[in-house]
Design a protein around this ligand. Structure first.
Ligand SMILES: N[C@@H](CCC(=O)N[C@@H](CS)C(=O)NCC(=O)O)C(=O)O
Length: 204
């Protein structure tokens, strides 16, 4: 399999962590949605990363759809998203909050980076950032410091998405140490595990 995207992208890294957690063999082509527009658009007409090219040549897009396939192919009874019931709903809720937080953090970053200075509307950026912090704080409240993982006593997609969202929030300058301290402590612990440490993007 070929994963297309840079691990600086929370969505790409979420897929990379999942592939590693499943021990699924893959190569990675580190392309950015902005710096490598043409190449990314040839894999995903929407021009977004990640995309995953399967061994048979089929290309999947969107981290959620890719992970759905990985859960089905490699997860089986140890899928990072449980197959059904209350456990599945709980994991999907955290994943939705954390992926939504990534969307809002990137909206704020894109506004800052891709809008002429005179057109930047700071209240919009502040509101996006407030939504990110609120979502992180909600997940922070779920963290039991005595437990190694967020839910179910094992690694799930809740941990993976919380990890990438907290990382992105810090990357855009939000103080997660102060606003989501238990979640920050959890992400430090997760970084000691191979799927997380081996997908750390190079410092820029
Ligand atoms: N919902 C998508 C979001 C993917 C996404 O927004 N990727 C960003 C990189 S972090 C991107 O490629 N942005 C380029 C663009 O939107 O033009 C997913 O989960 O994969």
């Amino acid at each position: 399999m070929l994963l297309i995207g840079v691990n600086r992208s929370p969505y790409t890294r979420r897929v990379a962590i999942t592939l590693k957690a499943y021990g699924a063999p893959f190569e990675q082509q580190s392309l950015s949605g902005f710096a490598n527009r043409a190449e990314v658009r040839s894999s995903n007409p929407l021009g977004r990363i990640p995309a995953l090219v399967l061994d048979g040549g089929e290309t999947l897009v969107d981290s959620g759809a890719i992970i759905d396939h990985l859960d089905e192919s490699y997860g089986r009874d140890r899928a990072l998203t449980p197959a059904s019931g209350a456990d599945r709903r709980a994991v999907l809720k955290v994943a939705a909050l954390m992926m939504g937080a990534c969307d809002k953090a990137l909206q704020a970053a894109y506004t800052r980076n891709h809008t002429p200075a005179e057109k930047i509307h700071q209240p919009w950026i502040d509101d996006c950032n407030a939504q990110v912090i609120n979502a992180l704080a909600a997940v922070d409240a779920m963290v039991d410091p005595a437990q190694p993982y967020l839910l179910l006593g094992r690694l799930t997609q809740a941990d993976v998405t919380a990890f990438v969202a907290e990382r992105l929030a810090r990357g855009i300058g939000l103080d997660t140490e102060a606003r989501a301290p238990r979640l920050r402590a959890l992400t430090k612990k997760l970084l000691e595990e191979l799927p997380f440490s081996s997908t750390e993007p190079p410092a820029t």
